[in-house]
Design a protein around this ligand. Structure first.
Ligand SMILES: Cc1cc2nc3c(=O)[nH]c(=O)nc-3n(C[C@H](O)[C@H](O)[C@H](O)COP(=O)(O)OP(=O)(O)OC[C@H]3O[C@@H](n4cnc5c(N)ncnc54)[C@H](O)[C@@H]3O)c2cc1C
Ligand code: FES
Length: 277
């Protein structure tokens, strides 16, 4: 499945200055910068961020603000995300993209379910497509209360047009348990025109299953190890799809095709299968 077009120039990173950083929680930080192309990105699209001397990695675009016309929100888990988390205003980073398929807007009543940094693209979705929705339910899930993300920002965006439900694995705030448990109950009992989700893959798999049982359309944003970001290296494959090019946002039909791999395994940097727990 080789999709690179030889006549298309390969993107080089555009060097941008960090304008501001903002802590969202003790372990998650938003980094603001100005970049015209990123500011025009659609919700769900991602960029390849180059941290000079460290590495390049995929990160979703999150909320725009006065602090910069684009933003990314990062949680440190390894060398790349650690270095990005620690950038300071004035530091230079490189950005390529935006890449990938965006979330599609839908008219009507929607359910938005996010876990951890999965809430980053979902906040941009709410912000840009608020006018499409008649009613929005946002489920914000985290392990513990101090890791909950974007609650104030969602409140600002929703402007009384919906509700925010909080879940924590340890019960320190809101519903005690997984965001997927609340989502499954709501999908069974309420009528949604679309479910949007991004977060841990097992959470998304459970929500996909519940949506299928109820016959509700769903869009899920997946993550895989990425190297090129635009379809030439093959490192991000899931079933017949490349997450960087065919995704990261996949619709019901595509999720059905990949369901034997979804939430079962991903691949590490050497291409070996890694079980998803
Ligand atoms: C489309 C997309 C959007 C993303 N958006 C965000 C975001 O908004 N904020 C954020 O903090 N992170 C995001 N990520 C995840 C982020 O890119 C990875 O966590 C990062 O590449 C890890 O690099 P590292 O050097 O910090 O750690 P590494 O040492 O490279 O990785 C740490 C561990 O995570 C695994 N891993 C690395 N990359 C991925 C991946 N993409 N998917 C699954 N497992 C991976 C590795 O195999 C390893 O086990 C996104 C990933 C994708 C594909
Ligand atoms: S094909 Fe290279 S990251 Fe997807």
């Amino acid at each position: 499945m080789f999709r690179y077009q030889a006549d298309k120039p390969i993107d080089r990173p555009r060097i941008v200055s960090v304008k501001a950083v903002e802590d969202e929680s003790p372990i998650v930080r938003t980094i603001y910068f100005d970049d015209e192309k990123c500011s025009e990105a659609l919700p769900g699209q991602f960029i390849m961020v180059w941290i000079p001397g460290v590495k390049e990695l995929p990160i979703s675009l999150s909320l725009p603000s006065k602090k910069g016309n684009s933003a990314i929100t990062v949680k440190p888990i390894g060398p790349g995300t650690n270095a990005l988390y620690n950038v300071k205003p004035g530091d230079k980073i490189g950005v390529r993209g935006p890449y990938g398929t965006p979330f599609q807007p839908t008219n009507g009543k929607v359910l938005i379910v996010g876990g951890g940094t999965g809430l980053a693209p979902l906040s941009l979705l709410c912000y840009k497509y608020i006018s499409y929705y008649t009613h929005i339910t946002v489920i914000v899930g985290a392990r513990t209360s101090n890791q909950l993300l974007f609650i104030d920002k969602f409140q600002d965006i929703l402007k009384g047009k919906g509700r925010i439900i909080v879940t924590t694995d340890d019960g320190s705030k809101g519903y005690r348990g997984f965001a997927s448990e609340v989502a499954e109950k709501l999908i069974k009992t309420e009528d949604f025109d679309m479910v949007y989700t991004c977060g841990p893959e097992l959470m998304m798999k459970a929500i996909f299953k519940a949506s299928e049982e109820r016959g509700v359309a769903i869009q899920a944003s997946l993550e895989r190890v990425m190297r090129c970001g635009f379809g030439i290296c093959g490192s991000c494959c899931i079933d017949r799809y490349l997450v960087c090019k065919d995704g990261p946002v996949f619709n019901t039909h595509q999720l059905r095709i990949m369901q034997d791999e979804l939430g079962v395994y991903s691949r590490d940097y050497s291409g070996r299968r890694v079980n998803i727990h």
